[in-house]
Design a binder for this molecule. Structure first.
Ligand code: PSV
Ligand code: MN
Length: 413
């Protein structure tokens, strides 16, 4: 799209919004401020247990992952942090990594531990980690998390995300209550090893890799554990970690009501899990989630700044950089649309029992084409007007392949 056409579209939208007493300048600056972290594991081609198809030029080490995120930050201006996964991303030279991050304008978001795989550690996690019936295995898993905190401290991170794969595949395999108890006790030790300005983000997931029971299957179990840890432990909502048709916006509202929402892993799904691009399947759901977030923070239920934002998707066939550009755009659009909701009118409709009116209010916002606002926010921040077109026109993947090779791939999901 030419810059002239963009300006025309923006002016028209600004005029339409002004009629509703909405100031587009303020909207643009809110959109520009909203930053979403990118996980280090999203930069390589994903895959399934049936196979992985390399696209070439994938980052081979931490430095190259940072390079990719730096580029995304530069062209989209929608991300300013990376979330690292240990042991996949252990920095060899902490000072050099920190300097590189500063020069690229990116910081270190929450650290992720890994007790769902064996990677040469003395005791296997096959039968669980923080919930294992074997106390030595639990101890090893706790110590791993404490080491992750140390790495995070050295880089300037302020959070630890724990996703626990622990669970069982057959009835009778695991004692439910003992597993929950051991998990809680293990997490208490990890929580007390965190600096006082850190938060612990506790993820939940109903199934996979275990298919009968998962120790932390849902937001309620995660919240129960967090309550026993302390106020800096909160629930992380990964959009893909719900059974089909779960009302995620209601979960968000409930957690905010209790000031217990740690943050998000954005993605989308048709059947289950988290491997489709954010906003590609259920953009209305994403919008409704943002409506709850904006409403909850405006009402003072939970402060906007206390919530962490991250993408967590590892798809199969796309160029990961292109996928991340699309995801960042989809999230910005959902946020921008939710900012347009006439909250006063919505409250009025709710109080009057005006069901039709309430739906009209939400859909008027959702159906507004906000792309000009998102584009303008990016331009004003110094990013590319059209990051995807820029990425393709500049032949960035081809350049990465030329530099890193056709079959490059670091460890990661
Ligand atoms: C597995 O489902 C998962 O995607 C979790 O959501 C974690 O956040 C991520 O892997 C990395 O550990
Ligand atoms: Mn996740």
């Amino acid at each position: 799209m030419s810059i002239q056409f963009h300006e025309k579209t923006l002016a028209l939208l600004a005029e339409q919004l002004a009629e509703k007493a909405i100031d587009s300048t303020q909207l643009i600056s809110k959109i520009a401020q909203f930053q979403i972290a990118v996980p280090s594991w999203a930069l390589g081609a994903g895959g399934t247990r049936f196979g992985r198809f390399s696209i070439g030029g994938e980052p081979r080490n931490l430095e190259e992952k940072l390079e990719d995120i730096g580029l995304l930050a530069k062209i989209t201006k929608r991300t300013d942090a990376v979330s690292l996964h240990i042991p996949w991303d252990i920095p060899q030279d902490v000072e050099a990594v920190k300097q590189q991050a500063v020069s690229l304008g990116i910081g270190f978001d929450a650290m992720n531990s890994n007790t769902f795989q064996d990677y040469g550690q003395p005791l296997s996690y096959k039968m669980g980690s923080l919930s294992s019936a074997d106390s030595a295995t639990r101890k090893q898993a706790i110590e791993h998390n404490l080491q992750v905190i140390e790495v995070g401290k050295s880089l300037g991170s302020k959070g630890l995300t724990v996703w626990l794969a622990d669970g069982s595949n057959f009835p009778g395999q695991v004692h439910f209550r003992k597993a929950l108890q051991w998990t809680t006790e293990s997490l208490k030790k990890i929580y007390s090893g965190m600096p006082s300005n850190w938060k612990l983000l506790l993820e939940y997931k109903p199934y996979e890799p275990n298919f009968y029971h998962t120790v932390i299957p849902d937001w309620g179990t995660s919240a129960l554990i967090c309550r026993q840890l302390g106020e800096r432990a909160k629930v992380l909502v990964d959009l893909g970690h719900h059974l089909p048709n779960t009302n995620i916006e209601q979960i968000v509202a409930t957690l905010m009501h209790q000031n217990m929402l740690a943050g998000f892993h954005f993605n989308d799904s048709k059947y289950g899990d988290d491997d489709l691009s954010t906003g590609s399947i259920k953009p209305y759901q994403l919008f409704l989630i943002f409506c709850e977030l904006i409403g909850g923070s405006a009402d003072g239920a939970q402060a906007w700044d206390s919530i962490s934002w991250m993408i967590d998707a590892s798809h199969n066939v796309k160029d990961p950089m292109e996928d991340l550009i699309q995801a960042l755009e989809a999230i910005s659009q959902a946020y921008a649309k939710a900012l347009l909701v006439d909250r006063k009118k919505l409250t009025q409709c709710q109080n009057d029992g005006d069901v039709v009116g309430a739906q009209e209010v939400l859909q008027a916002a959702f159906l507004t084409d906000v792309r000009a606002l998102v584009r303008e926010a990016r331009i004003q921040s110094g990013g590319e007007a059209e990051p995807l077109a820029f990425y393709r026109n500049e032949k960035i993947r081809e350049k990465l392949i030329a530099k890193r090779g056709k079959n490059a791939q670091a460890s990661g999901l």
